[in-house]
Design a protein around this ligand. Structure first.
Ligand SMILES: Cc1cc2nc3c(=O)[nH]c(=O)nc-3n(C[C@H](O)[C@H](O)[C@H](O)COP(=O)(O)OP(=O)(O)OC[C@H]3O[C@@H](n4cnc5c(N)ncnc54)[C@H](O)[C@@H]3O)c2cc1C
Length: 447
């Protein structure tokens, strides 16, 4: 491999290479252990721009990292360059409720900063997930049915494009704003997002555990119930097979209200959805207790896994049965069920690059080593017959077909057109097989 060009002096102070004391904490991601040749840690958008120009000229594979929580491990690489925007983590209230958030902040930090102001932003389910990777792609979390996806409230962003230009994307550039909300990485490196927060005091948080039947009636009832339920209610479930003892559905229900009567009214029916109730507990707490800054940690490849997912308009009887069969599969996948619908589906399908606006459920399945992915694929394949789309951030092995499920039809064509217009040389996508066309392979752009 050719040696890297000499770094400009202003970037040399931001460079981390093997042997540097911080290299072990910067080279990897949550799911993968990697060995990049160079990690650059810019402190502002001008340094990000300089880093992009340097990486583009080097011809090396370039990875972009905000929090390093991406399941596909695309935030690092072997032998290439990583631009880590983790230093860009300021959270500033521009004017209530508009908040500017550095892409390198973690969602736990955002929740902690906004909670004392009585504000919250719908994000994911974990405080350590980075703002950048989630907010460019979707954001399905504890407040999804009440406040929508994270991208639905993104109003503007600062972006460094592949040519090293800093652009501001807002309503004056509708096509770029459309892409920012669901395919923001197609524009370049987002350095900050302007997002409308929602007024939110304390919330109801409940754990509801029920026995689920193998035939799928419990899951079908859950899905029907949620499709009609008030939007203050969002539930995320874990589905476990206990072998001969049957199945357990463990729901975390979040009610976007601190009214105890309202919390009880929305949570209690959930306990009736299963074969029998195994547990019900509810409390009132700030949102920042769920998305906690206490969850912050380094990502050092500690959790290798295979993950895939699919979206569903609803769980009819055959779909619900297929999900139960997934949970019972000998590959023992870890199965998560996440509520969509509510406010998410108020947005027209062509208003953002997340085109999935009629689905009610996201199913995510993961397996862990020693399964290398075959077990997961065998377990998940029967579900695809009922699926309608996918969320790219819960895909650990992205490829062209998973990208097409996330960006179906004309949505995918629009995203590709923007990606290729802003990054014709493939600075951000060289080496990424999901963006690779046969002609790119021939030109040596793909690994
Ligand atoms: C434990 C865990 C829990 C999760 N929970 C949820 C959840 O509840 N809801 C949910 O929606 N998702 C969830 N996810 C998935 C999450 O959305 C993705 O992993 C997301 O990519 C993480 O963001 P990050 O900044 O940490 O990613 P990184 O690993 O830093 O980046 C991943 C990719 O995102 C892109 N990217 C990152 N930053 C930028 C940027 N600034 N500009 C442009 N592109 C960028 C790049 O392509 C990069 O390769 C979870 C993941 C894990 C591991």
């Amino acid at each position: 491999m050719m040696t890297l060009p000499v770094l400009p002096p202003e970037l040399e102070t931001r460079a981390v290479r093997a042997g540097h004391p911080e290299y072990p904490a910067l080279r990897s991601t949550y799911t993968t252990t990697r060995r990049p040749e160079l990690v650059l840690r810019p402190r502002d958008e001008h340094e990000v721009a300089a880093a992009v120009r340097y990486a583009a000229a080097s011809g090396r594979v370039l990875s972009v990292r905000s929090g390093g929580h991406g399941l596909a491990g695309t935030a690092s690489n072997d032998g290439g360059i990583v631009i880590d925007v983790g230093a860009l983590r300021e959270v500033t209230v521009i004017h209530t409720p508009l908040v500017r958030i550095g892409a390198g902040a973690r969602w736990g930090e955002v929740a902690a900063r906004l909670a004392p102001l009585g504000l919250a932003i719908s994000s994911g389910d974990h405080g350590n997930v980075g703002v950048g990777g989630l907010a460019v792609a979707g954001g399905v979390g504890w407040l999804t049915r009440s406040f929508g996806l994270t991208i639905d409230r993104v109003r503007a962003a600062a972006v460094v494009t592949a040519s090293g230009e800093i652009i501001r994307v807002d309503h004056t550039q509708p096509e770029l704003l459309w892409a920012l909300r669901g395919a923001g990485d197609a524009l370049g490196i987002v350095t900050s997002f302007d997002i409308d927060a929602m007024p939110l005091g304390d919330i109801g948080i409940a754990q509801v555990v029920v026995e689920a039947d193998a035939g799928g009636d419990t899951l079908r009832r859950w899905s029907e119930h949620l499709s009609q339920a008030p939007r203050e209610l969002t539930t995320n479930g874990l589905l476990f097979s206990q072998g001969a003892s049957g199945f357990v559905l463990q729901l975390t229900a979040v009610v976007a209200s601190d009214d105890q009567h309202e919390i009880r009214r929305l949570v209690q029916p959930l306990a009736q959805l299963g074969v029998r109730t195994l547990g019900l507990q509810a409390s009132v707490a700030p949102y920042s207790a769920l998305i906690s800054a206490d969850q912050l940690h380094s990502n050092v490849g500690q959790q290798p896994s295979n993950t895939t997912n699919a979206l569903f308009p609803t769980f009819d009887a055959p779909t619900a049965k297929a999900v139960m069969d997934l949970a019972a599969h000998p590959a023992s996948p870890f199965v998560q069920l996440r509520s969509l619908g509510g406010v998410v589906n108020d947005v027209p399908a062509d208003a953002t690059a997340w085109a999935h606006r009629h689905q009610q459920v996201l199913v995510v399945a993961s397996t862990f080593p020693p399964d290398g992915g075959r077990g997961l694929d065998a377990a998940f394949a029967p579900l695809q017959e009922y699926a309608d789309g996918a969320y790219r951030n819960f895909e650990s092995r992205p490829h062209r077909s998973s990208l097409e499920r996330a960006f179906p039809g004309t949505t995918g064509e629009r995203v590709s057109e923007i990606r290729e217009r802003l990054d014709p040389e493939g600075v951000f996508w060289r080496g990424r097989r999901e963006f690779t066309r046969p002609e790119d392979s021939a030109a040596g752009l793909a690994s």
